[in-house]
Write a protein that binds this ligand. Structure first.
Ligand code: COA
Ligand code: AMP
Length: 637
């Protein structure tokens, strides 16, 4: 069903016929210190590398190069509804802030290639921190604030940062969430301690500093500014890492997704105009968190590379103060495009199903809503379309890819929308669906969604110091393809339908979590003999985790007490973001005769979906037991 207005087919065909020519042309939008010797070198890295030989600086392209033409334009608007505080930072001010912070980092001993962990709430200093690292060629690793000390410690031990940047607290709705005690605890747990920490003291919560290790952010910046200290943008190889972003893997050990500089800039810049359809100077808002890939690509780097105004919003879709919060931000700042997770719209719909609050705001600037991070259920998409009367664009991608894989490219002219499908593969991506044997399946048939190698610019070249894990996790399952670990199908019109994961990753309120990691935590409790964690459908968060535990026969403690301890343990070890609220004691778990726990069938029972008894089951009775216990706990759908 081709659209006559859209240039999508023409552009996609152009890319397919000459990928290197396509990306060479896109690369002209970036300022390079030295152009690439080869646009793509198939012999470099695990599957080839982009812009080999080129030299560049991502901070220069995101900040400095805009100062001459748009120095007075807002680069970042920080909007914090709980503190009722707004701050507009122009491109010229951003350059000053970032150059001063980069100089402070240099004074703390940070050099090109060193890692810097950023554990910060949604304040402008978090973006300054990322850009300051990019400026001096240091590799940032931002850790989401909703993770607990142990998760932070695991990331610190893997990245081995020279310095950590943090703040006294975050604001989660009306709650003040202390960050500094978690940082101290994490460093305590770490084998690899940083040399120093730079702590941003927020007015909402005083924190203590450890003598000899912790420096005060404001004092150090003031010192650098009064001494006129500013760091220059250093030249890095296009293939050098810009950042490492940890994401959930199938075990408790997260994967350090590496992002390079050159390819990432080219891909993000291309996506801003051609996919999101925004122009330099316009206001772009990604309502996510800097701790996630959406925050990296579309709160900070994408909008700034494109010369847009980026919104940094430290609030929730509801409760700060009400379900009209998003409309207020759009109206106040003239937002053109909003990007968020479907769960945010489910939350708004739950509070204000008739969208009465929308009537209070001038939405005339608003052109499009983009949804990603989890499956966009058709009901939510339709509701958003009805109330907003602008295109609602579901698009699919992953931390690993860094930018959208499948979507409806508004900048090229929208294709017809099919609710439930994120539409079509974007230039750069050949998406296929394979069966278990690695054979292509006919249209409409479910299978594993894969991307033909090489991946385009911007996608991960490897995992941080874990090339073998990279090959094993992504490249070896289907030779010649990148395995997305998502399942779905492609229909007769070439539309991709993403239906769920093939591994044990679940998506809770758009946050990617590993049930395997939660199982590791449950198993560490002395009373637990074995366990299984599944994601159960939830009307607000999409999915929430539910843990089943079998207790050791020697246990004297009451099951209810243990269940409470287990909920506390996951919160303590993984963090509140896991939203682990339900542990259920069962006498036994359903398994195949070879001992594999039937998590898929348990999920179907919990979700109230049709299920059949697997032929390989050891004892079919156990499935009824699971159904009964779920019903008794009010879970079975
Ligand atoms: N720092 C510290 N704690 C955090 C945090 C952060 N950055 N982010 C979340 N948390 C905490 C929350 O306070 C909550 O703690 P609680 O159990 O004490 O209440 C817990 O982690 C779960 O958070 P969340 O999943 O966000 O649930 P919520 O009930 O607070 O809010 C939504 C639900 C739908 C409103 C919220 O998830 C949302 O706005 N999502 C849409 C946008 C988005 O961020 N998407 C992610 C990627 S695109
Ligand atoms: P993350 O790495 O946190 O961005 O999570 C990526 C995963 O989220 C994907 O592999 C999918 O499982 C899921 N996901 C993201 N966007 C979509 C979407 N539009 N539709 C369906 N699933 C999605």
């Amino acid at each position: 069903m081709p659209s006559t207005q859209s240039r999508y087919h023409e552009v996609y065909t152009r890319w397919k016929s000459d990928p290197e020519g396509f990306w060479r042309e896109a690369a002209q939008e970036i300022d390079w210190f030295k152009p690439a010797d080869k646009v793509f070198d198939p012999a470099a890295g695990a599957y080839g590398q982009w812009f080999v030989g080129a030299r560049c600086n991502t901070c220069y392209n995101a900040v400095d190069r805009h100062v001459a033409a748009r120095g007075d334009q807002a680069a970042i608007i920080y909007d914090s509804p709980v503190t009722d505080f707004k701050r507009t930072i122009s491109y010229a001010e951003l350059q000053d802030e970032v150059a001063a912070l980069a100089a402070v980092l240099q004074d703390m001993g940070v050099e090109k290639g060193d890692r810097v962990v950023v554990y910060m709430p949604m304040i402008p200093e978090a973006a300054f921190a990322m850009l300051a690292c990019a400026r001096i060629g240091a590799i940032h690793s931002v850790v989401f604030g909703g993770f607990a000390a142990k998760e932070l410690a695991t990331r610190i031990d893997d990245a081995r940062p020279k310095v950590i940047l943090s703040a006294s607290c975050g604001l989660e709705g009306a709650k003040v969430v202390p960050y500094k005690p978690l940082l101290d605890e994490a460093i305590e747990l770490c084998a690899s301690k940083p040399d120093a920490c730079l702590i941003h003291q927020r007015p909402q919560l005083e924190c203590s500093r450890i003598e000899g290790r912790d420096l005060d952010w404001a004092q150090e910046i003031a010192r650098a500014k009064s001494a006129g200290r500013k760091a220059d943008c250093v030249s890095v190889a296009a293939t050098d890492p810009l950042y490492v972003l940890y994401t959930s893997g199938t075990t408790g050990k997260p994967k350090g997704v590496v992002r390079d500089n050159g390819g990432y800039m080219v891909a993000l810049k291309w996506s801003m105009g051609n996919f999101f359809g925004v122009a330099p100077g316009e206001v772009f808002w990604a309502a996510s968190d800097v701790g996630w890939v959406v925050g990296h690509s579309y709160i900070v780097y994408g909008p700034l590379l494109h010369g847009c105004t980026a919104i940094l919003y430290e609030g929730k879709p509801v409760g700060t103060p009400d379900a009209g919060a998003y409309w207020r931000v759009i109206a106040d700042h003239g937002v053109v495009t909003l990007f968020t997770a479907p769960t945010a719209f489910r939350a708004i719909k739950k509070e204000d199903s008739q969208a009465e609050l929308l009537k209070k705001y001038d939405m005339s600037s608003f052109r499009a809503l983009f949804l990603a991070g989890e499956r966009a259920d058709p009901d939510t998409v339709k509701w958003a379309e009805d109330i907003l009367r602008v295109p609602v664009v579901d698009h699919w991608w992953q931390t690993e890819t860094g930018w959208p894989v499948v979507g409806n490219p508004l900048g090229l002219g929208a294709l017809p929308i099919k609710h439930g499908s994120p539409t079509v593969p974007l230039p750069g991506y050949t998406v296929e669906v394979l069966d278990e044997g690695g054979n292509a399946v006919p249209p409409g048939t479910m299978g594993a969604i894969v991307i033909k190698l090489p991946l385009p610019p911007g996608a991960l070249p490897t995992l941080w110091q874990a090339e073998d894990r990279f090959r094993e996790s992504y490249l070896s399952v289907y030779p010649g393809y990148y395995n997305t670990s998502d399942a779905g199908y492609i229909d007769e019109d070439g539309y991709v339908w993403v239906m769920g994961r093939t591994d044990d990753i679940i998506n809770v309120a758009g946050h990617r979590l590993s049930t395997g990691g939660m199982e590791e935590v449950l198993s560490s409790h002395p009373a637990v003999a074995e366990c299984a964690v599944i994601g159960v459908r939830d009307p607000l968060k999409g999915e929430v985790p539910c843990g089943f535990v079998v207790l050791k026969s020697s246990t004297q403690q009451a099951p209810a007490e243990i269940e409470k301890e287990l909920v506390g343990l996951v919160r303590e070890k993984i963090g509140p973001v896991a939203a682990f609220k339900l542990a259920i004691t069962v006498p036994r778990l359903p398994k195949t005769r070879s001992g594999k726990i039937l998590r898929g069938t348990m999920k179907k029972i919990a979700d109230g979906d049709p299920w059949s008894v697997p032929a390989t089951i050891d004892d079919p009775m156990i499935l009824d037991e699971i159904g009964d216990v779920l019903k008794s706990r009010g879970v079975a759908g």
